[in-house]
Write a new protein. Structure first.
Length: 191
């Protein structure tokens, strides 16, 4: 099997984003875990009072589940499968598809690389931080979706969300262009 066919410069270069996301994610989480106290006591109440109404504040929380604390009440025996094994399998499949498929354009390759980086960042926390994934970014959303603040997140979460949105937008645009192209070809054949 010719591996050079799969590991081209165009496919390997976007993985620098993967590495960058993992590195930035782990560095920021290490700083928060070491230097920022988990909310409790008088000090936290003071910080909360000062920053509660601000758009952005940093707070140290731990999430032992996945996004929005989904799965928090799952039995302990299932959590490693649901939060570590399954995500590793999904990322493995995504990497395999990324390298073996020629369906991604350049923007989509970078978006997939960002999704993989965010996934790896949170999986590392689930494996090596028994207290849970470190989340620390809290953003005020002014009542949107019935919430004053968006659930606390981290760099990995941001990368996954932003890159998923970018990927879906580019897929939608590509689909629209392809559909328009097919319509033009059909119209030309009919005339």
């Amino acid at each position: 099997m010719n591996l050079q066919k799969y590991f081209t410069k165009e496919k390997v270069l976007p993985l620098s984003l993967t590495a960058g996301v993992v590195l930035l994610d782990q560095i920021t989480k290490a700083i928060i875990a070491k230097k920022w106290p988990i909310p409790e006591g008088v000090f936290f109440r003071f910080i909360k009072d000062v920053f509660e109404n601000g758009f952005l504040h940093i707070v140290h929380v731990r999430n032992k589940a996945i996004a929005f604390s989904l799965g928090e009440n799952l039995p302990e025996i299932i959590k490693p499968i649901a939060f570590i094994v399954f995500p590793i399998l999904v990322l493995g499949f995504l990497l395999w598809y990324y390298f073996t498929s020629d369906e991604f354009n350049n923007v989509q390759k970078w978006a997939v690389a960002g999704i993989i980086g965010g996934g790896i960042g949170n999986i590392l926390d689930r494996i090596f931080r028994p207290d849970g994934v470190v989340d620390f970014i809290s953003v005020r959303i002014y009542g949107l979706f019935g919430m004053e603040r968006w659930p606390t997140f981290n760099v990995a979460d941001s990368s996954v969300v932003v890159c998923c949105i970018l990927l879906f937008i580019t897929i939608f645009i590509s689909y629209g262009k392809e559909k328009a192209k097919v319509k033009v070809e059909i119209d030309e054949q009919e005339t």
